[in-house]
Design a protein around this ligand. Structure first.
Ligand code: SF4
Length: 344
């Protein structure tokens, strides 16, 4: 069962799968496949933020890149809204693909390596405008100035190089570059995880302000639930290439229905120092995605696993309106959530 799209839907992902072949030897024989993304389905409404959370190596970044057409999918579809119709992005070529790329942009994780150190801020932010033939000369300069102001940077610094800026300021440059072409959808790929804790909140607040001002839709990728807490309308939890739970953010925090979500929530720092909770430490490492466990992929680390979990793949079910889970015992397990405060 999958979510149904409606007139508000801007992005629809259907059964998306990506397996990377593993080659060996001189003749590069395929000896296996890394199952990075497995039959992931979801839709996103215009103006919404969907947080996608999971450990490193769970496939969340690959998922974002397939949506942006940086990787080719092994199977499945990605539909994106063009005016009144949803178009299959995998069938687009030439001018139509170029237009799609204008509408979908990315903010990278590492503001230190994602900006070319030999280019000035003006060249970095102006590059997409030049490539797409949007502006030149004085108009280009004035557009770049407006973008820098939008993200809270001093316009007078546009001739400086990235090394003259702090981590938070560099990420603002990356955000200005991502917004240069007025995209509708922005994939934020762990945009604050390389930053000091003290500036993370500033960048998240900036992204929230920009969303309100420009009507942006975000896919916000992160490796822990504390980062996505305030910015996300809904959150999807990913484990070993598959979504295991997805719900409205508040509900997911209060009433998780998947044991993996419960474990991630137990690691979220609480704002109230008088509240205590037990941290759930999952045994072992994330299994090898080229040889995932049978049945429920989480069974090797799940304290609730029973015999059938080792053989039967749990289906993706909507257990209450908008709350999706892949666990055989989602409706009977007693799991602990956390109560959050100051949500948007
Ligand atoms: Fe755990 Fe079984 Fe549910 Fe998987 S299906 S999360 S192993 S209880």
């Amino acid at each position: 069962m999958n979510e149904t799209a409606n007139a508000e839907t801007i992005l629809e992902v259907r059964n998306l799968t990506k397996h990377f072949p593993i080659y060996r030897g001189f003749i590069r024989k395929v000896v296996g496949r890394v199952q990075a993304v497995n039959e992931v389905s979801f839709s996103v409404r215009k103006g919404e933020t969907l947080g996608i959370v999971g450990e490193s190596g769970c496939g969340k970044t690959t998922l974002g890149r397939i949506i942006l057409r940086a990787y080719t999918a092994t199977d499945g579809e990605v539909l994106f809204r063009r005016d009144t119709e949803m178009v299959n992005t995998f069938s687009l070529k030439g001018k139509e693909l170029k237009q799609l790329r204008r509408n979908m942009q990315i903010i990278f994780q590492d503001p230190f390596s994602s900006l070319n150190p030999r280019k000035t801020v003006m060249e970095i932010v102006g590059e997409p405008l030049l490539i797409h033939g949007v502006a030149r000369g004085k108009e280009l300069e004035s557009r770049i100035g407006a973008l820098l102001e939008l993200v809270g940077l001093n316009v007078k610094h546009m001739n400086r190089y990235p090394n003259a800026f702090s981590g938070g300021q560099r990420q603002r440059i990356g955000i200005a570059r991502a917004l240069a072409l007025n995209p509708k959808l922005v994939v934020c790929d762990e945009p604050v995880s390389a930053l000091d804790v003290s500036v993370q909140a500033q960048v998240v607040n900036l992204l929230e302000d920009l969303q309100k001002e420009l009507g942006l839709t975000y896919l916000f990728i992160a490796h822990d639930l504390s980062v996505v807490e305030h910015i996300s309308d809904r959150i999807a939890v990913m484990y070993l290439g598959s979504f295991v739970e997805m719900a409205v953010a508040e509900e997911l925090y209060k009433s998780p229905r998947h044991p993996y979500t419960e474990a991630l929530l137990s690691a979220v720092p609480l704002t109230d120092p008088h509240t205590r909770k037990v941290r759930i430490v999952l045994p072992g490492e994330l299994p090898n995605p080229s040889d995932p466990p049978s049945g429920c992929r989480f069974h090797t680390r799940c304290s609730h696993a029973r015999d059938n979990c080792k053989t039967d793949v749990p289906s993706w079910n909507e257990i209450s309106p908008g709350h999706w889970v892949a666990c055989h015992y989602a409706e009977s397990l007693s799991l602990n959530g956390i109560v959050t405060v100051d949500r948007k």
